[in-house]
Design a protein. Structure first.
Lengths: 172, 162
C-alpha cells in the first residue's frame, strides 16, 4: 500500500512535468516588454512587412514631397549593408528602450554632435567608444578627469556624458 | 471400491497417507491398493513425503533471539521523520517495480499525446499597420544614430543620409 501511494505520487509529479513542458515558457512572459522587444523588428522593419497598398495608403496622408522623401529614406535603409544595418538595429534597440525623456535628451545631444566640425566629431566618437564599455563609476571618473577637461569643450563633454550614459553597452 | 485415480478422487489417497481416514475407509482402500499399482505408487509417494516431513527438524534459534528482536523493535519504532520519508523510496523488488513503471510510462505517453495541440495550420502573422508619422520619426532617430556611428568608422567620409 505504501509503495502504491509512492507510485501515485510519482505519477502526479511526472504528469505535472509533462504539463509544464507543454505550458508556454513563463520566463519570456514575465520579462518586461522592453526586454522582450530587444533585437526585435523596429518600425521600419514592420513598415516593410506591410502590403504596398497599405504603405501607399499611409503615405497618401502626407504631402507628395514628404512622402517621396520618406520612400527614399526607407530605400536607403533597406539597401544598407547587412552588417551595418544590424549594428544600427542594435544601437536603435538600446535607444528605443530608454524612457521618452531620455530619448529626447539623446536626440538633442546627437543633434549637437552633428553640428560639430568633422575632426571634433571623430574625437568625440573615439572617446564615446572608449567610455561606453566602462562601468558607470569609471566612466564618470573619466568624464570628470583633468585629461577630458583639457581635451573636450563643455558641450562635447555634455554630449559624451549623455550618449555614454544612455547608449552604453548593456552589462551581460 | 472404485479406483480413486479413475474416479478423480486422489484426495482420498492424500488423506490416507496423512492418516486422516476412518478405519473402515482405510481398510477398504488398503484392499484396493493391493490390486491397483498406480494408486499404490501414489500412496507410497505420499507416505514418503510425510515421512520426510516428520524427519525434518527446524534449526534451533539462538539463545538471545528474543532479546535481539525486542531491541530491534525498540530502535525502529520511533523512526525519525526523514526515515519515514525515505521508507517509500527504498528499493523495491523488480517484479513489483516493472508493471508499475510500465503503467506510469503509458500514462505519461497518453497525457503528453492528449496535451499536444492538434495539427493546426500556422496562421501567417498579419502585418500590423504602422503610422507614417511613426516611420518618419524612427527614420530621424535611425539617421541620428547612424551618423554618430558612421563618424567612428570613416574618418573622412560624410555620413549617409537616410
Amino acid at each position: 500500500m505504501r509503495n502504491l501511494v509512492f507510485i501515485s505520487g510519482l505519477l502526479l509529479v511526472m504528469a505535472g512535468a509533462a504539463a509544464a513542458q507543454n505550458a508556454p515558457d513563463s520566463s519570456t512572459e514575465t520579462q518586461p516588454p522592453a526586454r522582450q522587444q530587444r533585437r526585435s523588428r523596429n518600425l521600419i522593419d514592420r513598415w516593410n512587412q506591410m502590403s504596398p497598398a497599405e504603405r501607399e495608403r499611409e503615405l497618401a496622408k502626407l504631402p507628395p514631397e514628404r512622402a517621396a522623401a520618406i520612400r527614399e529614406r526607407i530605400r536607403k535603409y533597406n539597401e544598407m549593408p547587412h552588417a551595418d544595418k544590424e549594428a544600427l538595429r542594435e544601437g536603435y534597440d538600446i535607444f528605443a528602450q530608454l524612457p521618452a525623456e531620455k530619448q529626447e535628451l539623446v536626440r538633442q545631444s546627437l543633434r549637437e554632435f552633428r553640428r560639430l566640425p568633422q575632426d571634433r566629431q571623430d574625437e568625440v566618437h573615439r572617446a564615446f567608444m572608449e567610455l561606453r564599455v566602462l562601468p558607470e563609476a569609471q566612466r564618470t571618473a573619466r568624464l570628470n578627469s583633468e585629461e577630458f577637461h583639457g581635451k573636450f569643450t563643455m558641450m562635447e563633454r555634455q554630449i559624451l556624458t549623455v550618449v555614454s550614459e544612455n547608449l552604453a553597452v548593456p552589462a551581460n | 471400491m472404485a479406483c480413486p485415480l479413475e474416479s478423480h478422487n486422489s484426495e482420498l489417497l492424500v488423506a490416507y497417507a496423512a492418516g486422516e481416514l476412518e478405519m473402515e475407509a482405510a481398510h477398504a482402500l488398503e484392499r484396493h491398493l493391493e490390486e491397483c499399482p498406480a494408486c499404490s505408487a501414489l500412496a507410497a509417494g505420499q507416505a514418503a513425503v510425510w515421512k520426510a516431513l516428520d524427519a525434518w527438524q527446524a534449526p534451533a534459534i539462538s539463545p538471545d533471539f528474543d532479546a535481539r528482536l525486542y531491541r530491534r523493535v525498540r530502535t525502529e519504532a520511533p523512526a525519525t521523520w526523514w526515515r519515514r520519508l525515505w521508507r517509500p523510496l527504498r528499493p523495491m523488488p523488480l517484479f513489483k517495480v516493472l508493471p508499475l513503471a510500465a503503467a506510469a510510462c503509458m500514462l505519461l505517453i497518453v497525457s503528453v499525446l492528449l496535451e499536444r495541440p492538434a495539427n493546426i495550420e500556422p496562421v501567417a502573422p498579419r502585418a500590423e499597420t504602422v503610422r507614417v508619422d511613426q516611420v518618419e520619426r524612427t527614420l530621424d532617430d535611425l539617421e541620428l544614430l547612424n551618423q554618430f556611428d558612421v563618424a567612428s568608422h570613416t574618418d573622412s567620409a560624410h555620413p549617409n543620409t537616410m
